[in-house]
Design a protein around this ligand. Structure first.
Ligand code: HEC
Length: 240
């Protein structure tokens, strides 16, 4: 028995590095407050994503009507996301700009964002969207602390405002707001939390259903455990 306990403890310890999210390139990442149960947040994120990101990026694995899963009816999807007449609610999310022109304009084609929360994690995305700063040395005029020399211009500058980098020995030591945007820092963080929440949902829309199934299985197993224990007592009661 003792030996088995030891094996279990060692196995758990061995798995721990896999569970911890390694931060990339030594840059500090802020914890994204992801909550997939918060439908209002997911809907706000979906609106921000479709209005601001689909200009350049596609999400070709995502259909508009999967937003039914986060509580939006087909009519709401059409009205609130302002879908053009020729786009059906059953269509996949396509970029407004074609990849070729985008590559010409930004030097790199904007990647499809369908599963971006799996290739980059939620904390990375949450930090990335809050870490753009003005840099006159870059063609777009913008740089980013978690993605140095990024080709993407900062498209949410009207909301966050313009950040400036304080340099220390050739490295960015701190970002400071130089010019305010339409949102306060707390409002902007909250909008990006919604956007990140949405990107996590989009990377795995079935995750909501799977969580539900997970709970049902756990409840079933607990009931089974109680029944089995009662059965064991019944069988052994005459033998003791
Ligand atoms: C004006 C065009 C444009 C818009 C609008 C835009 N992006 Fe980008 N984005 C780019 C380009 C170009 C790149 C590629 C940058 C590179 O590889 O250097 C990029 C890269 C990214 C990346 C990094 C992908 C990776 O892992 O390499 C993420 C994440 C991203 N964009 C998210 C967003 C989100 C979220 C929005 C909406 C708020 C958005 N982008 C809006 C042009 C755009």
């Amino acid at each position: 028995m003792k030996a088995i306990n030891k094996v279990i403890i060692w196995a758990m310890l061995a798995c721990m590095p896999l569970l911890a999210n390694a931060s990339e390139g030594g840059v500090h990442l802020d914890k994204a407050p992801v909550n997939l149960q918060d439908q209002a947040s997911l809907q706000r994120g979906a609106k921000l994503f479709t209005s601001r990101c689909l200009a350049c990026h596609s999400a070709a694995a995502m259909r508009y009507n999967r937003l039914n899963d986060i509580g939006m009816s087909d009519d709401q999807i059409r009205a609130e996301l302002e879908l053009p007449e020729d786009v059906k609610v059953g269509s996949t999310m396509q970029a407004a700009m074609d990849a070729g022109s985008a590559k010409m304009a930004y030097g790199v084609a904007p990647p499809d964002l369908s599963v971006i929360a799996r290739s980059r994690n939620a904390d990375w995305l949450y930090t990335y969207m809050r870490s753009f700063y003005a840099d006159a040395g870059r063609p777009s005029g913008w740089n980013n602390t978690v993605f140095p020399s990024v080709g993407m211009p900062f498209v949410l500058a009207d909301m966050q405002g313009e950040q400036e980098a304080e340099m220390h020995e050739g490295h960015v030591s701190k970002l400071k707001l130089k010019e305010a945007g339409s949102m306060s820092a707390a409002e902007y963080d909250s909008a990006i939390a919604d956007l990140t929440n949405y990107l996590v949902f989009m990377s795995e829309p079935a995750i909501l259903v799977r969580h539900q199934i997970g709970w049902i299985v756990l409840i079933f197993l607990s009931v089974l455990l109680v029944l089995m224990y009662a059965l064991k007592k019944e069988i052994w009661k005459d033998i003791h």
